[in-house]
Design a protein around this ligand. Sequence first.
Ligand code: C2E
Ligand code: CA
Ligand code: CA
Length: 844
Amino acid sequence: MQTRSRPPLGLNPVWWLNILLVATATALFFVLAKGLPPLADPHLSWWMLVPAFVVAERCVVHLHFRRSAHSFSLGDIPLVFGLIFAGATDLMAAVLVGTALTLLLDRRLPPIKLVFNLAQFALAACVGILVVHALVPSPEHLGPHVWATVFLATQAGGVLTVLLIGLAISLSEGAVQARTLSHMLAMDFVVSATNTSLALAGAIVVETDARAIPLLVVPAVTVFLAYRAYLLERQRHERLEFLYEATRTLARSPEIIQALEGLLARSLEAFRAELAEIVLFSSDGGPPLRTTLGPGDYRQVMEPIDPEIAEHLRALVDTDGPSVRLARPFGSQPLGKYLDGRLVTDAMVAMLPGENRVIGTIMLANRFGVIRSFSDEDLKLFETLANNASVALQYDRLEQAVLQLRTLQEQLHHQAFHDSLTDLANRSLFINRVREELSGGSSEVAVLFIDLDDFKTFNDSFGHGAGDELLVAVSGRLRDSVRPGDTIARLGGDEFAVMVHDTHSAHEDAVLVSERIMRAFEEPVEAAGETISVHLSIGIATTQDSRHADELIRNADLAMYEAKESGKGRFEIFDLRMRDRVLKRHGLKEELQRAVERGEVIVEYQPIADLATGAVVASEALVRWNHPGRGRLLPGEFVPLAEETGLIRALGQFVLEQACMKARAWQEADPERPQSIHVNLSAVELHDPELMTTVETALRASGLDPSLLVLEITESLIKDADMSAPTLRALRAIGVRLALDDFGTGYSSLSYLRSLPLDIIKIAKPFVEDMQAGRQENSFVRMIVDLGRALDLHVIAEGIESAEELESLRALGCELGQGFYLAAPLDLTSDPAPPALVAHRAAG
Ligand code: C2E
Ligand code: CA
Ligand code: CA
């Protein structure tokens, strides 16, 4: 936007120009021009010329739009006649009287413009007289010399007029562009030349035969009408262009504020006004908002204003009169005071119509220039602009969109910080709250980390829907058992947390709250039509050990683990010795996700041998994690974590695929003695509905004979024999064999051995250890070996660590064995041959 400075206080500089013009014209006239005679006969007196000037000045077309000013009149015609047929004094008198009459009576100009116009006309006439008399010193016939001179005189007057108008505009509104000025000069040249030609032709006619004058009237009128048509067309074009541009800018501005500012800036420019403002009324009871541009560089965006003022503005316009003009004095009403306070002298106000209501008003005030008021044309254009702007702004819709956005944002915000199932705070919000509390400084805070005992079992048995219901019920009861101010959150799964704050002894309060929670859960919970006794393990951490939110929660988490380890259904308070483990656990979780992709996970194979012959008949796949920082990790260090996080599926699938490929490679290397491959399954995998697909895919991908794959499951996995049986049967149906791992350690009943579709039993290491020479007859191992034989199951003794153990097992007739004494798990990544190294030990 162009910067305009307000005119300095005191006399308008145009007045100074007026004074200068009047003085110059007066001086020129009285010193040089007064008394100069006419050039040719017949002589015309001043009063004969006056009507001609009045008529010529009335036939004026004025185009003043945006920053260009075009006007033309037929004023050159009487001037040419005056220059030729009248003396200097008569001509000056005619110019002054004629112009003054026209301006005064017809256009009711303010004094400043009246004086300017008169002085400028007088000066132009004076210059014309002086040019003519300088070049044609004595009266003469109207030959080409005179024509040329008169031409020069009118052109000189024209150039002077344009320059003076340009000067006046620059004085009142700031510099006029050179381009605009040259436009005006060119226009004036054409108009002057035409007028002068017509007038000269007229003058020659008058000199030879005055009766022919009417013959010239027709071309004169035609020329005038042509001018007028041209200028009006041009004006209409400029206005249309303006509206189009203004509307387009609006529609293109993605930001309502930008759009408003653009609209105001364009309006200021187009209407040459000093101040523009839009007031938007809000529909939701909020304050009206005003965006202002001008005077000068002043701008204010969407500032709330007094609703009473907005109401008054709105009252100014309605559908019947969508726009009004206002001028000083505005009176003492609030609106008047408001306008006076904003130094408004003249203004246009138009309404911005919306679909169902008036959405606002737009006001333009204080026109620059000699005329400080707005015309009818301006008002009409302004109204159209306001209409178009309303449509383009689509404020109604925008406002609705804004409202919707706000609601949506609130919703999203809530969702981002709340658990959708229980509507409790989520982990992010909980951490934030703890952080906020801790940033407060001195206060003590305790965090309770709460985990439901055996939730997984419940979920597995009753389904996820029931599990969700249980979680909701638990969250309700938790809510009831803490103070209203305490933050309670669901961290995920069956983990909850409570923050106890505003306390002087976080420790004691946390214990009290924990006890209260425990008590609250002594009563069973109703969920999914079941009555369920819920037990919780709670870990407590306080600001004594850490004032970092994350650490506090981690500490509580670890304490909760301790509570679980030491028998569930209890609470435990964090102590620093637990930290080591917590750090490990949390660090690994993230890393484990990437471990498989990074190739850090490998599979080792531990041979299983025929104890009678020493031949390797199978191998067990055992997973390892070559951790970049911690070195080689055994399954005990990360498999439980993988089970907890669900990563076990990906991990298990990887092991299964590797194992099947390896077994297939062995089979190809030694087709005579195919070795089977044992792969361990965890509980999560066993209950994974995708298990069958995973197994079939691994078999198909490797081309391994299904009978060579043995899946190992531990007794504890099949607590619920009825649930596992269908899966196990399906596996068996495709030819895969099943081994019962760690037999004897769980609370298995021997009846499982009958009800489950098993092929192999693996006797757990503790029973093998117990075997000592001479006691074989009574041993548990013997029992199992006999049982296996009776049920037609293969038996593998695990964890054989010595020759003694090996011999005892052989003596019992135990068929198969596995253990460090025979062979440790082997990394066979780059070894294509099947393991066969236990033979020599068997021989010994
Ligand atoms: P498991 O199925 O009972 O596997 C046998 C474990 O005993 C292996 O430990 C093996 O290295 C160890 N072992 C073998 N011979 C002897 C011996 O003579 N003396 C002693 N003290 N130990 C011996 P590892 O590799 O640490 O595996 C531990 C457990 O992790 C496995 O017990 C199995 O339950 C689980 N596991 C291993 N790999 C996987 C897997 O890929 N998936 C799943 N779900 N679990 C796996
Ligand atoms: Ca195993
Ligand atoms: Ca085992």
